[in-house]
Design a protein around this ligand. Structure first.
Ligand code: NDP
Ligand code: 8X3
Length: 256
C-alpha cells in the first residue's frame, strides 16, 4: 500500500543524475519508482532510500530500448503506483565520438533507441496515467547538445535536439490535460556518462573533465527539484544549466 506521498518515476536511476534525483526527491518525501538495467544497484538504492528517508520505493529492472519490456514492466505496477505525479525522463547515453563517416551503426542504434525511442515509450504510458489523474509534470533530460553541436558529437546531438523538439511538442499536446513539461539542458556533468561514451575506458573519460570544474549530478537534481516544486500556476519550460567555466558546448576555460 503506497502512503499518501506523491510519486516520482525516474528512469536511469542506477547512476549519475537519475540517482541524485532519487535522493533529492526521497528527501522531499516522494515515493519513488526507479528504473535501470542493473538490478543490484536498484536493490541497494531501494534499501538505502527507504532507510534514510522513510519513503516507499518500487524498482523496475528493464531495458528502455525494448518496447515490450517497457510496456510489461510499467503495466505491472499496482494501481496505487500508477498515480505518478512526476516523470523524470533521464535514462540516456552517448556512445562513441567519431566523425559521421566513421560512426558505428551499433552505437547509433543504441543512442537513438535509448535517448529517443525509450523516452517516447515511457512517456506515452505515463502521460496516459497523468491524463486520468488530470495532473502531472514531465521533466525531459536534454543537454547543451540539444542546442548546439560539436565535432564528432553528430548522432548524440541529433538525439538530444530531438528531445528538445519533443519536449516542445509534448508541452502543447499535454497542456489541455493540466500536465507540465520541462526540458533541462545541462552542460558537462561528471557522471558515468563519459565512461559509457568511451565503452568503459576510464582514463579517456577522466580527460573530458580535466582542467575545468564540471557540474556534479547533485547540481542537476537540485535544479529539477526547484522546477518541480514551483507553484501550480508556474512552469519552467526550458532550462540550460552550465558549469561556470563552460560558456558553450566546446568552450571551457581551463584552470591555469
Ligand atoms: P550515467 O551514465 O551516469 O547514467 C545514465 C543512466 O541511464 C543509468 O542509470 C543507466 O542505467 C540508464 N540507462 C542507460 N541506458 C539504458 C537503457 N537502455 N535502459 C534503461 N536505462 C538505461 O549518465 P548521466 O547521469 O550523466 O546521464 C543522465 C541523462 O543526462 C542522460 O539522458 C544524458 O544524456 C543527460 N545529460 C548528461 C550530461 C553529462 O554531461 N553527464 C549533460 C547533459 C545531459 P543502467 O546502465 O543500469 O541501465
Ligand atoms: C552531455 C554533454 O557536451 O558531452 O550531454 O554533449 S556533452
Amino acid at each position: 500500500m503506497v502512503k499518501q506521498n506523491k510519486i516520482a518515476l525516474i528512469t536511469g536511476a542506477t547512476a549519475g543524475i537519475g540517482e541524485a534525483c532519487a535522493h533529492t526527491f526521497a528527501q522531499n518525501g516522494y515515493n519513488l519508482i526507479l528504473t535501470g538495467r542493473r538490478q543490484e544497484r536498484l536493490n541497494a538504492l531501494k534499501v538505502n532510500l527507504q532507510e534514510k528517508y522513510n519513503v516507499e520505493v518500487c524498482t523496475l529492472c528493464f531495458d528502455i530500448r525494448h518496447k515490450e519490456q517497457v510496456i510489461e514492466n510499467l503495466n505491472s505496477l499496482a494501481a496505487e503506483w500508477q498515480k505518478v505525479n512526476v516523470l523524470i525522463n533521464n535514462a540516456g547515453l552517448s556512445q562513441g565520438l567519431e566523425p559521421i563517416q566513421d560512426g558505428d551503426f551499433s552505437d547509433w542504434d543504441t543512442m537513438i533507441d535509448t535517448n529517443l525511442k525509450g523516452l517516447l515509450y515511457v512517456s506515452k504510458i505515463i502521460s496516459n496515467w497523468m491524463i486520468l489523474n488530470k495532473k502531472g509534470h514531465i521533466v525531459n533530460l536534454g543537454s547543451i547538445a540539444a542546442k548546439e553541436v560539436y565535432a564528432n558529437g553528430n548522432v548524440y546531438c541529433a538525439t538530444k535536439h530531438a528531445v528538445d523538439a519533443l519536449s516542445k511538442a509534448m508541452r502543447i499536446d499535454l497542456l489541455p490535460h493540466g500536465i507540465k513539461v520541462t526540458a533541462i539542458h545541462p552542460g558537462a556533468v561528471e557522471t558515468e556518462f563519459s565512461v559509457v561514451r568511451f565503452h568503459g575506458d576510464e582514463e579517456k573519460a577522466a580527460k573530458v573533465y580535466e582542467g575545468f570544474e564540471p557540474l556534479v549530478a547533485q547540481d542537476i537534481a537540485e535544479t529539477i527539484w526547484f522546477v518541480v516544486s514551483r507553484p501550480k500556476h508556474v512552469n519552467i519550460n526550458d532550462l540550460l544549466i552550465m558549469p561556470a567555466s563552460q560558456a558553450a558546448i566546446n568552450y571551457h576555460i581551463k584552470e591555469k
